[in-house]
Design a binder for this molecule. Structure first.
Ligand SMILES: C[S@@+](CC[C@H](N)C(=O)[O-])C[C@H]1O[C@@H](n2cnc3c(N)ncnc32)[C@H](O)[C@@H]1O
Length: 381
């Protein structure tokens, strides 16, 4: 496919996304219907779609409208590549007089939902502008070295032998950032053999901060795909339980645990395994710290949706608190940048549960390299 044809494909996919179809599904449907597209075409179209979503409001202003065409035209114009809209071959038609566009205003330039900007300003203070800018760019790809199977230098060597270049990262001693040939990872022996897992560096830093020790009984209460479950299992010999309100999200966890060489028990009745020494609540949240990876999330969040999320977080904390033994640790994490979901939620929990005190808290934003994350560690007296 020519660059112009890729732009046309991105336009049609973005139109479907703006019409309500999830981006992954729209990309898959386009891929199925476009057998002529090779793997590099698919990757390029995907990159364009996600870049347009990360910069939705600024690209729409520059491109003259919130449509697939406006977004891609805005991206191309901003990059000095408007000539791609040539109308030749499969390229999009040249811009018409109504598509002159304009510079984004200061709010549009942040590429954040308007309604959330006061909350984000309140939460991030002077970091709002730099964080918004970071969220306009694609996230780096991080690996977690599985210490059950390899140390960091050995994993680096194994990856390098397969052409995958990496560097270490100061946020976590198990993290490697891929600097070359990320697309080779899934087929690599190092990945298939469980030496490394895909995991954001801030997620790793959150697990590093947990006071885990051999022999502990631990519950990962919102395990999802099990990224943090596996990271905890690699840190110490634990009796480890994984639970999720949507058990289908844990479907791959047994196979991932087998590949990683660790043991995890899935449970739909976490109360049955109580009392626990440590419970991790990696709570459902706005996802605002990971909008680089999930840019649709930033435009799909609504004020009502956020209220519901905050309520659910409080319910989950109230449910797990009695499952801890006295002296046990409750770790509350979100990949959110918002105070409502982080510090405010933690304070409200302590108000409702005087038997707990806050041991420590950690807040990360994309300015430190990984996703935005918050961790509060509470101890039951
Ligand atoms: C942020 S994700 C977890 C990510 C996962 N810990 C990881 O590291 O890959 C939040 C998870 O919480 C689950 N969840 C939502 N409401 C829940 C509830 N009331 N109780 C338990 N899990 C819940 C969701 O299904 C989702 O998988």
């Amino acid at each position: 496919m020519t660059p112009g044809a890729r732009a046309s494909a991105a336009i049609s996919i973005l139109d479907r996304v703006l019409g309500g179809e999830p981006a992954e599904r729209a990309l898959t449907n386009w891929g199925r219907a476009s057998r002529y597209a090779g793997s590099s075409d698919r990757a390029a179209v995907r990159d364009l779609v996600f870049e347009a979503l990360r910069r939705r409001s600024s690209a729409a202003a520059i491109g003259g409208g919130l449509s697939g065409r406006g977004l891609v035209l805005g991206l191309m114009r901003a990059a000095g590549q408007e000539a791609l809209f040539s109308g030749q071959g499969h390229a999009p038609a040249p811009p018409g007089p109504e598509e002159t566009g304009r510079s984004p205003d200061p709010v549009e330039a942040l590429d954040l939902p308007d309604w959330l900007i006061p909350d984000l300003r309140d939460s991030l203070g002077p970091d709002l502008g730099p964080v918004a800018e970071a969220l306009r760019h694609r996230a780096p790809v991080f690996l977690r070295v599985n210490l059950v199977k390899a140390d960091l230098p050995a994993a680096r060597v194994a990856l390098a032998a397969e052409g995958i270049a990496t560097r270490t990262h100061p946020l976590s001693p198990t993290a490697l950032e891929i600097t070359g040939n990320a697309r080779r990872l899934q087929a690599s022996a190092a990945y298939r053999g469980g030496l490394v897992e895909l995991q954001d560096v801030s997620s790793q830093a959150v697990v590093d901060a947990l006071p885990l020790a051999d022999g502990m009984t631990v519950l990962d209460h919102c395990a999802g795909g099990g990224g943090k479950t596996l990271a905890m299992a690699a840190r110490a010999r634990l009796r480890l339980y994984a639970h999720d309100a949507n058990p289908r999200r844990m479907a791959d966890l047994p196979e991932r645990a087998r590949r990683a060489g660790v043991q995890v028990t899935l449970t739909d009745r976490p109360e049955a395994g109580a009392p626990y020494d440590l419970i991790l609540v990696d709570a459902p949240c706005s996802g605002s710290g990971s909008w680089r990876r999930d840019p649709e999330g930033k435009w799909n969040l609504t004020p009502q949706g956020l209220d519901r999320i905050v309520e659910t977080q409080a319910h989950i904390l109230d449910r797990v608190a009695p499952m801890l033994r006295p002296g046990g640790v409750l770790a509350y994490a979100t990949c959110s940048l918002l105070r409502r979901e982080n510090g405010d939620q933690a304070r409200a929990f302590l108000d409702r549960h005087p038997a707990f005190h806050c041991e420590s808290a950690l807040s990360l934003t994309p300015l430190q390299g990984g996703d935005g994350f918050h961790l509060s560690i509470f101890q039951r007296r």
